[in-house]
Structures are given as C-alpha cells and as structure tokens.
Design a protein. Structure first.
Lengths: 351, 385
C-alpha cells in the first residue's frame, strides 16, 4: 500500500456542556489548528471527510453546517460518514491510496449535551425487536460487564482500577474532562447506577471536536519531522443481535488487529476507545496487550467522550505521541455500536 | 495510479409509497440479493459493504448500518455508512468504488435505501435550529426560490417544467421498478395539479418512496460470471461547498460545474453533449432538468430549457435524460442517487429492458444534495479504454 501518515492532530477541550458555542464554532479553531500545524495550505488539501451524527443535535444534516468551518471556495472533494471520525480517517486513507492526491483533512464533532445521549444511542438498536424495549446504552453495557465478571477472573476492582488509572493519566491531558487521583477502593464505595456499573465505569457526557491531517509519502516527510505512518488499518463488524454474540469477547477487534498488523502486540502505547471500564479489559485481551504496553495515556474515553469524535481522538492521541517522539509504535482503536459491535484498529509507526 | 473498477451486479427494489410487506432489513436485502444474483456471486464472495442513506430521522434509526449488518451479511467484514444528504446514493457508490480502486478489496457490495413511510420526510427535512427562523417546509420550499431565480434569469417559458414532468412520468411506464406508473398522464393534468411551492406543482414534484438499490463493484480480476458485461467506471467525482455565503450561486453552483469538469476529465470527455449517450440526472423537481443541463455543460448557461423544448432529452433525443423515469417517478431519497448511478450502468451493460437505449456506450450518473451544494457523479462505459 502507499505510505500514508498522520502529520497533525488537534482537538477541542472536552467539556460537559459547551453552552456558548455551536458545532461550527467548536470545530473552526480545531480545524484551523490542525491545518496550520500540518504545514499544508487549506486549498492544497486533496480530500476532506468528516464523521458526525444527526441525532446528537436532533436535526437532519448536522454535517452540512459543519462545512462552514472548512471555508467557502474552492469547492472541495468531500465526503461524510455517519460514523465516528475514525471511519472517516479510514475513508481518507483509502482515498489516498489512489495516488492522485497527497493529503486529506479528517474531522469529527459531537455535542452530546444537546440531548439525552443514553436515549439517542438506544435508537441504534433493531427498531422492531430491541429499541421498543428502550434498553439504554448504560444498561446494555452493564449486561456485558455482568457477563464478563461471571465468565472470567476479572472483578469490579479491576474495573475500578481502569477508571482510577484513566483519571490519573488524564491529569497530564489539558483537553480531558475528568482527571484526578482516585483510589480503586474509594471508587468501589460508590453506589451502582446499573449493576455492576458505577458512575466511574461509564464515560462522561462530553462536547468536543477533533481534526487530523493525513499526508502521503514525500509530502508527509517534507511537512513533518516525524510523521506517524499508518502501517496498517482495518475495521470489522459483528452481528447486531446481542444474543448472537459472546459479549465477553471482541472477535471483530481481534480480526481487525490481525489484519492491521497488530498481531505481535509490541507497542509503546495503545489508545483504546473503551467508553466503559470493562470494555478496556475485553479489548486488551482481544488485542493481546500485556502489562508492557501503556494503555490510554491520554485518559481515554473515560476521561473525555465526545461521541463521534472519541474514536478519532484515540488515533490522534496515538499519532501525537509518535510525532512528539514519545513513542515509536502505537496502536489506536475505535468502536461503534452497542457493546463493542464494530471496531477499528490502526497501527502507527515512527518509521 | 488507481485500479480499474467495474459494476458487475445491479439490483433494485420495486419502489412504492409504502412497502409494508418488508422490514427495513427486508427492503435492503431485496435489492442486495438482486445485485448478487446479477453478479452471479453469493454473500461470501463480498469483501466489504458500503451503505448509504439520507438523514437517520427518516426512519428513526440511528446509524442503521449497525442493525443492518446481519441482513447484509456483513458480520466479520468491514461496513461503512455514508451520508452526504441527497447526493448520498452517488457518494456511497463512489466510496465503495474507492475501496476497489485503492486495491483494498476485490468485491464490494454497496447499498442505499430509504423507507420513507416510516416517518414524514417533509417534516424531517424542516429543521428547527435554535435562534434561526425556520423558513422552509420540506425540500420543495427550499428549492422553489432557486427555480424562480432560474426562470427570471433564463426567461424560460412557463411550460418547461411541466414538459419535463410529463416526459419522466411517461419514461417510468417502461420501468417496472418505478414507483409511479401514471398510465394516462397528460400535460393538462400536470398543469391543473395543485401548486405546492410556486412554481412547483404537485405533478412536478418527486414522490415519497420506500426503496433500495444495490450494486456489486469489482476489480478487473474479480468480474465473475454475470450474463451481462461489466460497466466500467471511467470517472467518479464529488464536490461540496458550504450552503450559504456571499457570492455563491445556488442556481448554477460552482461545486457542480467543477465536479462535472473533474469527472469528464477523468473519462476523457471533451464535449459532453456529443460524447455521452444518455444521462441519469437527479431531478426531484421538474425544473432541475434544464438547470442541471446547464450546470453539467450539456447546454450553455440560460439555454437548458431550449434543449428540453427541442426534445433533446426525450428518449429519441440527442441526450436522453432519465429513461428510468428519474427521481420524479421514484424517490427513496437515500437510494435516489444510487439509482441514477445504477441506471446509467444498466444502460451501458445493456440490461435496462424496455427502457434500454440502443447503443448506449457512455452514460452519466448524477446526484446532488443539501442546498444544491453536494455533488456526486460518475461516468460508466461499456468498454475500458
């Protein structure tokens, strides 16, 4: 495949409610920062692709207004996925393989505060058999966590430890929403919100946006001292019917990982899009990540979870570590759908 | 450079106002299975699925690719969901083709659908944005002023739109899949139909349909055994511009002109009216036929309506437009763009049946969306250069 790298990344701070700004206003400075840092002029960017979800704003065509953040003319080669921005990045990577263009802008945004995100995500379910029962996203995750606890050695303490580590690591991430020192023991004193999940097992509700610039081959080398090369990227989906899946495993993550070249599990860091603590445990096992790999040094989705951007942020955070010289090989992961139904794995390397 | 990609399977549903005989999953499967049958392959031959549809509010299902993964045989495979407003059916096909052209996959199933009877599309398209007055009622309310501006600029006679509507509805009589089959339609009937959004009459507007379209796109070495020849993708392009800014021309948008120039360039076309045998153009309101003829370079600016009145776009004209009956005869919104792309491919593959255009070698598929700001186009041909 053609060599393609991430040459810049920018993200907004994730906040519980950005009441002062609409999506375009959140996005504009992020896109501008990513383009400025890339060293590529806006009008030279060959392809633009974004990811967002109409239902967060409760109106059709959320992505239409978002184009205002990109600029007026010239008209751009542009596409949009109603998916997390990580899949927009995948589309851009595919497009760059054609060879006729050398750079792409990828962005995504989510203003979860506008509605009730738990109920919005319920509308992802089978509209005839499951959605009418209104199981919300936290209750479904709780079913998955319960299945995991009952079928493995993992305990609620392991889950709390994930939350404590995520919030501790988030102290060094100025964009994170939840950060601080918590002990797993103290977290376990809190009540359940949907047994076995406590509040710390769940992601915060976040408003935010992210943008990435990709460049191919020599252009990447010219504009970036240490590009984060995409050595492999793949995504897979599982059946939707929850009863057709073993919720304690993530075979689609394992398969995407194998196909992306993550099979050897030798990474300096891994950014896993695990909105729930127990999902990190499932993903680590699916990818064979052992104690040597630093997991979610950004704090992950447990510290900042702008829906539709949180997966792209994982890729951006991983790339940023390579660009900054803090890592040589990184894994990034994104998920979509109830209980980790769909998963994407991206392997990034310094050289 | 990019690899060659061809259309090797095409399927569409029988479109109707209400397909209450099938679920959403049943609807997309109906189209997908017909495409697989045409390509003479099965689900296991498919490497990846790319699905598109217009706003999720039309069915009330958020990111329905998740729910449809099972019905589309996508488990264990990659599936992507495209949404670029009305142009989405076209964009979806282009994203699917991109996977083959990039060399990532050999065979991709692409599907687009809308089951509009699940909700009320007009009101789903009437957003109430905080702090902004809601000035439109559905897409017709949005586009009517653009049409009035076109008529004012071009001094087109009042019957142009009605003649387009008559032509497309008559064309639909030769397309068994079309939603509207109005056997006895006349110009007078169109003229006497209620005015919805001046100058758009009831019979000059698209229906609201349930329907789906699917295609199998394959690389050169994965063409398989369809009884019909492959339809080669000679060019594909997308262009977008923001919906509203000073200096933007909504009647003849720059994004559309540049998209057309790009796709013609890729296909080596220098004189579109002479070199393209037929076009499937996204015409949801009758007047968009002359407007897009100009935007696409088939007519000089201001002269598109003359082509319509001269019969150039009729089935026996120089450039038959919408032999399938077009969006005016079937409009499952999310699929409407893909239907244009697929109908263009049907023609160059020689499988359009009663509405087949003799000697069709090169055809244009066109889709647009948003406030005439998103464009997707492809050129398909019976032969690879």
């Amino acid at each position: 495949m053609r060599e393609v790298a991430i040459v810049s990344f920018a993200q907004s701070p994730s906040v519980r409610r950005d009441a002062q700004r609409n999506e375009v206003e959140i996005l504009l400075p992020v896109v501008r920062e990513a383009i400025d840092r890339s060293g590529i002029r806006r009008e030279e960017i060959g392809f633009t692709v974004s990811g967002s979800c109409d239902y967060l704003a409760g109106q059709p065509f959320a992505f239409v207004m978002a184009l205002d953040a990109i600029g007026a003319w010239p008209p751009i080669r542009e596409s949009h996925v109603e998916m997390d921005g990580a899949w927009a990045l995948y589309e851009a990577w595919v497009r760059l393989q054609h060879g006729d263009i050398d750079s792409a802008l990828v962005y995504s945004f989510g203003k979860s505060s506008l509605g009730n995100v738990r109920e919005v995500l319920t509308l992802q379910l089978d509209p005839y058999y499951t959605a009418p029962l209104w199981p919300d996203s936290i209750c479904l995750a709780a079913l998955q966590a319960r299945a995991l606890l009952e079928s493995s050695e993992y305990t609620e303490h392991d889950m709390a430890a994930v939350a404590a580590r995520s919030r501790r690591d988030a102290k060094t991430n100025p964009k994170a929403q939840l950060a601080g020192d918590f002990s797993a023991e103290a977290l376990l004193d809190e009540p359940y919100i949907a047994s076995p999940l406590r509040k710390h097992d769940c992601p915060p509700i976040s408003d935010g946006a992210a943008a990435v610039v990709l460049a191919a081959g020599d252009l990447a080398r010219r504009v970036c001292a240490r590009p984060a090369w995409i050595s492999g990227i793949d995504h897979r989906i599982e059946p939707h019917a929850l009863g057709a899946r073993d919720l304690t495993q993530s075979p689609s993550t394992a398969l995407a990982g194998q196909r992306a070249g993550a099979g050897d599990s030798r990474f300096d860091i891994a950014e896993l899009h695990a909105p729930f603590t127990h999902q990190e445990l499932i993903l680590r096992d699916a990818l064979g990540l052992n104690g040597d790999v630093s997991i979610n040094p950004s704090g992950g989705a447990l510290a900042a979870n702008p829906v539709m951007a949180a997966g792209l942020i994982r890729i951006g955070e991983a790339a940023q570590r390579i660009i900054a010289g803090d890592a040589a090989r990184a894994l990034a992961h994104a998920t979509s759908g109830p209980c980790l139904q769909q998963n994407l794995v991206c392997v990034l390397e310094a050289a | 450079m990019a690899n060659w990609c061809a259309v090797t399977g095409i399927g569409q549903t029988n479109h109707a106002a209400k397909r209450d005989d099938v679920s959403i999953a049943g609807l997309v499967r109906e189209a997908a299975l017909r495409a697989l049958d045409d390509a003479a392959i099965t689900w296991s031959d498919i490497d990846a699925v790319v699905i598109g549809k217009a706003p999720d509010m039309f069915e009330g299902v958020v990111m329905p690719e998740l729910y449809l993964a099972d019905a589309l045989g996508a488990a264990g495979k990659p599936i992507m969901r495209v949404h670029t407003a009305g142009s989405v059916g076209g964009s979806t096909a282009l994203v699917a083709a991109s996977l083959v052209q990039a060399g990532v996959h050999s065979r991709v199933l692409t599907v687009a659908f809308e089951k509009q009877s699940e909700s009320n599309a007009m009101w789903a398209l009437t957003p109430k944005i905080p702090f902004q007055p809601s000035v439109v009622a559905g897409a017709g309310g949005y586009f009517a002023p653009h049409i009035r501006e076109y008529i004012a600029r071009s001094k087109a006679p009042a019957d142009v739109g009605m003649r387009v509507a008559l032509k497309d509805r008559l064309n639909a009589l030769r397309n068994p899949y079309a939603h509207l089959h109005m056997q006895d339609i006349t110009l007078q009937q169109i003229e006497e139909s209620p005015m919805l959004w001046d100058p758009i009459r009831f019979h000059e507007t698209c229906p609201s349909s349930d329907g789906a379209c699917a295609m199998v796109l394959a690389s050169e070495d994965a063409l398989n055994g369809s009884q019909y020849p492959p339809g080669w993708i000679l060019g594909g392009a997308m262009r977008s511009e923001p919906i509203m800014f000073p200096g933007r021309d909504e009647v003849n948008p720059r994004a559309g002109r540049e998209c057309a120039a790009d796709v013609y360039g890729q296909a080596g076309i220098t004189s579109p009216i002479e070199e393209i045998d037929l076009a499937e153009i996204y015409v949801p309101f009758s007047w968009y036929e002359p407007m897009w003829l100009e935007n696409l370079g088939f007519a000089e600016e201001g002269a598109g309506w003359q082509k319509v009145l001269d019969g150039a776009t009729a089935p026996d004209g120089a450039l038959p437009v919408n032999l399938s009956g077009g969006v005016l005869s079937s409009n499952p919104v999310g699929a409407s763009g893909m239907l244009r792309f697929a109908e263009a491919a049907l023609q160059v593959r020689g499988q359009a049946g009663e509405h087949q255009h003799d000697g069709a070698r090169i055809a244009l598929g066109h889709a647009y969306g948003g406030g005439s700001q998103f464009f997707a186009m492809w050129i398909v041909g019976s032969e690879r250069p």
